[in-house]
Design a protein around this ligand. Structure first.
Ligand code: ADP
Ligand code: GLC
Length: 489
């Protein structure tokens, strides 16, 4: 059977990216295609996409979407064929031709409720326009969660709707971002007030898009088995744990893969030298190149390099770094951080860079090239996250022979084999995990990693353990396929 899936997502590599969601949406469709599924991707047509990508074709310049009885929005529909899959862009410049995807370092755009509400509605119009009625609409994160409610609504109003057999999967990449807005957005989006109740999308007097996704989707997934368990608890559920608990039977965790076409030190053309498990002399060149680029004067190329590539947000454990950085910098090492995000963390890190600038390099901003250089040139990759639904940084660094040091949570627990003792290395240990969200625990693990780094033989074994892991998309794409098949019956 040819399963048709419409993947609705707010960012996808190479068209738009702020984090791992884009990596997933860029790679999963092609991986699904290989399993025999026919996917299409629907995403916002951000302004920069039309400037940067050649070969985008027009499907329909002007489509009218009735939002409520008095209010109609217009949009254009464009597409590009990428890695065997059509990516469709919904172009409404008022909503999507902006400098950023979701907001600035000071906060979210104030009209995200209507931007993503509009898009959640546009999904059905686009699919009708394309005459592509999918078996499954696969929604990602709160941006599209409302489509689950809207589909239920369409089905309840029109028995013979073209979508009567279409089912929804809602994937939670991060439960902390829920899309919580004032109630009046419902009338703007033409959503009946009946849905505004405790069993619907009401959440403490407001509207919660993510809750709509959880309540109204046929199946819910998240991006690792451990996170699937964690979000059922108050500590991780961000207020939605009991809502999820009620849907526990329909919830599962499918670990993300990474795209080894993009992330592969053997072929990566953004790094100073290529290398593989058989010969990682190229990694030393990458380290030299990275250090020479970022530091002046006498550089000690033997010192360990700790790298971090991250959104600078509450999630990512930046306070543990702020609390321990003075201690960390007492050791003979280099620290390199690339990140962008919340103003408060940018300030803290800028202050620390002034203090420790000789051996601490901070790059504020988003740079794909530099991220590749850090993954390849660092020895240790840190990710002390408070919570981590899956995490891709650790998967990339494993592939690049850069040993991850992370908190033992979510997808980090599921993908890293912890090392405490030398024996753990023999048993296949790939990285360093610390349990409590506590600066001393974190620092103890940093010390442990530094101690093992000084033993070249053991360190090489850890690198090899990591590089030989396989987190390609094949496994996960087949898990999704199984899920879709079970749903279709
Ligand atoms: P999250 O999606 O929560 O941000 P992940 O680990 O899943 O975390 O994915 C992060 C992705 O974004 C990785 O591909 C990482 O390399 C990339 N990334 C994060 N910050 C930056 C940055 N400042 N510049 C370039 N790439 C970045
Ligand atoms: C989210 C999560 C991250 C995950 C990514 C892709 O941004 O924070 O852990 O890897 O989505 O699923």
């Amino acid at each position: 059977m040819n399963i048709k899936v419409a993947i609705c997502v707010s960012e996808a590599v190479p068209f738009a990216k702020t984090g791992g969601l884009a990596d997933v949406a860029g790679a999963l469709p092609a991986a699904l295609k290989k399993t025999g599924i026919t996917p299409v991707v629907l995403m916002p047509g951000y302004g920069h996409i039309f400037e940067r990508f050649k070969g985008i074709e027009k499907v329909n310049e002007r489509i009218s979407l009735s939002m409520n009885r008095e209010y109609t929005e217009e949009f254009g529909l464009y597409r590009i064929f990428h890695r065997g899959v059509y990516f469709y862009f919904v172009k409404n410049d008022k909503f999507f031709a902006r400098d950023n995807l979701y907001g600035t370092s000071l906060g979210d755009y104030s009209d995200n409720d209507i931007r993503f509400g509009f898009f959640a509605r546009a999904v059905f119009k686009v699919l009708e326009e394309l005459d592509y009625i999918p078996h499954i609409i696969h929604l990602h994160d709160y941006h599209f969660a409302l489509s689950a409610l809207l589909l239920k609504d369409i089905k309840s109003r029109k028995e013979q709707s073209a979508f009567r057999r279409t089912k929804t999967v809602f994937t939670i990449h991060n439960i902390a971002y829920q899309g919580i807005y004032e109630r009046d957005i419902l009338s703007t989006l033409g959503i009946d007030n009946n849905y505004f109740n405790i069993d619907g999308l009401e959440f403490y007097g407001k509207v919660n898009y993510m809750k709509a996704g959880i309540v109204y989707s046929d199946k819910i997934t998240t991006v690792s088995p451990t996170y699937a368990r964690e979000i059922l608890t108050p500590g991780y559920g961000y207020g939605l744990d009991s809502v999820l608990k009620a849907r526990e039977d329909d919830l599962s965790g499918i670990i993300n893969g990474i795209d080894y076409q993009v992330w592969n030190p053997e072929r990566d053309c953004q790094i100073a030298a290529n290398y593989s498990m058989d010969d990682f002399s190229g990694k030393r060149k990458c380290k030299r190149h990275l250090l020479s680029k970022l530091f002046d004067g006498n550089i000690d190329f033997q010192s360990p390099v700790i790298g971090m590539v991250s959104r600078l947000s509450y999630q990512k454990g930046l306070d543990l770094i702020a609390e321990t950085i003075d201690l960390i910098m007492e050791n003979d090492l280099y620290l390199i951080i690339l990140g962008t995000g919340d103003e408060q963390y940018q300030k803290i890190l800028m202050h620390q860079e002034k203090k420790h600038g000789k051996r601490f390099s901070l790059t504020l901003g988003y740079s794909d090239k530099m991220s590749h250089e850090i993954y390849a040139g660092a020895d240790i990759f840190i990710m002390p996250s408070r919570y981590e639904p899956c995490g891709l940084g650790q998967l990339i660094s494993l592939k690049y022979g850069t040993v991850p040091l992370t908190r033992n949570t979510g997808g980090l627990s599921d993908t890293i084999v912890n090392i405490d003792t030398e024996e753990d290395i023999e048993k296949g240990g790939t990285g360093f995990l610390f349990k409590e969200y506590d600066s001393l625990e974190f620092y103890r693990k940093v010390k442990k990693a530094l101690e093992l780094f000084s033993n070249k033989k053991l360190w090489e074994k850890i690198i090899l353990n990591g590089m030989s892991q396989d987190f390609s998309w094949e496994y996960s794409a087949n898990e999704y396929k199984r899920l879709y098949e079970n749903m279709i019956g």
